[in-house]
Design a protein around this ligand. Structure first.
Ligand code: CAA
Length: 293
């Protein structure tokens, strides 16, 4: 069995066109990163044209923001914009040699996405999932070629956070792993290879912190008290700010997954599930400042 250490870079496959499934916030952030760092065409897809158009418009306005900050030239801005397209037809992924998925965290939906994509792409194409805590092996269980599936987990905000977890399943082959590591390096991220285990490394640790913070609330400590108590630790964000950054639905899913896998070690939080439906933990004033904190 191949070692879990550094795979041989020489066997990495070339990435000449990238397909992205999902045009939400996370997907749009890394679409920008792929187009900027790989300088190859990037095509994004989602459930309907409205979502696709919104995703493409979001990426274009981020390119404008980079231009506005003087980080890229007008020529570069035009080139990057021309490289990003949207589609609702997965047949447009036919010539992609790297496809990454970032849809909502539902196992069956992700399984179906990859089974469908596999009908169009070449047998050499690498398939990657940005899942934060589902089993990558299970996501690939409907694939004819599960050896080309790998986890490729970004962190929010994608432009700023330096890490990518490359999730190595028992089926992932060495060429796929190698392509993932080389691609992460081209994106100028630090990649670590992790086991395919709930939460991988980072979310396993975060689930503890976020779960304990929510459990304090669930057992009667007011949000504001937990918020104020966690500020002095020197972390860039409090647990609640972090939950709001990643999205409460994603956060609730992460806790749920960990609690299901290790009920004696992790808390789930009914309050968090309720708040996820509301969309926020704290009420904020018009400047985005948390009221009363
Ligand atoms: N999107 C894009 N860029 C952002 C951003 C955002 N949401 N927020 C901040 N930035 C950029 C700013 O533009 C700025 O870039 P420039 O220097 O190029 O202008 C840079 O980040 C620093 O921003 P600020 O000085 O305004 O803010 P800060 O110093 O307070 O840092 C932070 C902001 C980087 C978000 C910092 O608070 C932080 O590191 N927070 C922790 C984030 C974290 O832990 N993320 C992991 C979450 S877990 C996850 O994502 C995985 C999962 O599966 C759930």
């Amino acid at each position: 069995k191949r070692p879990a250490g550094a795979p041989d870079k020489a066997i990495a496959r070339k990435v000449t066109k990238v397909g992205i499934v999902g045009a939400g916030l996370m997907a749009s952030q890394f679409a920008l990163l792929f187009v900027r760092r790989l300088q190859v065409p990037v095509v994004i897809t989602d459930l309907d044209q409205g979502r696709v158009d919104k995703g493409v418009a979001g990426i274009r306005s981020e390119i404008d923001a980079l231009l506005g900050k003087g980080r890229i030239s007008p020529d570069e801005s035009n080139r990057l914009k021309a490289l990003v397209t949207g589609t609702t037809d997965k047949a447009d992924f036919a010539d992609c040699d790297w496809v990454i998925e970032a849809i909502f965290e539902e196992l069956a939906a992700k399984q179906d996405v990859f089974a469908e994509i596999e009908q169009y792409v070449s047998p050499e194409a690498v398939l990657a999932t940005n899942t934060s805590s589902l089993s990558v092996e299970q996501i690939g269980s409907k694939l004819a070629h599960p050896e080309r599936l790998v986890g490729f987990h970004f962190f929010n905000p994608v432009a700023v956070m330096p890490l990518i977890e490359v999730v190595n399943t028992p089926s992932t082959d060495e060429a796929t792993l190698s392509t993932a590591m080389v691609t992460a390096a081209k994106l100028r991220k630090n990649a670590v290879i992790t086991r395919d285990t709930p939460g991988f490394v980072v979310n396993r640790i975060l689930a503890k912190v976020l779960g304990e913070a929510m459990h304090a609330v669930d057992t009667g400590t007011p949000f504001e008290v937990v918020e104020q108590s966690t500020k002095p630790f020197g972390l860039p964000m409090t647990p609640f700010e972090l939950l709001e950054l990643v999205g409460l639905k994603v956060g609730a899913h992460v806790l749920d997954t960990h609690h299901s896998a290790f009920p004696e070690r992790f808390f789930d939080s009914q309050n968090l599930h309720k708040l996820a439906d509301l969309g926020h933990i704290f009420e904020r004033d018009s400047k985005g400042k948390i009221k009363g904190v």
